[in-house]
Design a protein around this ligand. Structure first.
Ligand SMILES: [Zn+2]
Length: 118
């Protein structure tokens, strides 16, 4: 019988996930690389020169040319979320690792968030 390659995908173990995305800075780095694979570019003027700020704990880039500030999560699915990226990445990991689906109640219990948040 032929082997189903989908079932035998290598996947990502929980220890490997925690090593790669377990800290807020890891999630920020991953998101930054996904948004700007060749480094930050100002969405307003296109310049690369920038300063990094922290506003309410969120990583924000300020263009050195036009001074426009761009939050790392602005324009992404994480925009306006009060949750830390670590929690979002953990939710994505949990949802993507189960073969049978994950209920909102189970996700709520795993993450320690409210049911509507889950
Ligand atoms: Zn700019």
């Amino acid at each position: 019988m032929p082997m189903n390659r989908i079932q035998f995908q290598p996947g990502l173990s929980l220890p490997a996930f925690l090593e790669q995305f377990g800290a807020e800075t890891h999630g920020e780095t991953a998101l930054e690389r996904a948004r700007w694979p060749e480094g930050f570019r100002c969405p307003h003027c296109g310049e690369a020169g920038h300063d990094v700020l922290r506003q309410r704990g969120r990583k924000t880039f300020q263009c050195q040319c036009c001074r426009v500030q761009t939050a790392l999560i602005a324009g992404t699915v994480f925009q306006s979320t009060p949750l830390v990226l670590t929690l979002w990445f953990l939710a994505i990991y949990l949802i993507s690792q189960v073969k049978t689906g994950l209920s909102a109640l189970a996700l709520k219990r795993h993450l320690g968030v409210s049911y509507p948040t889950a």
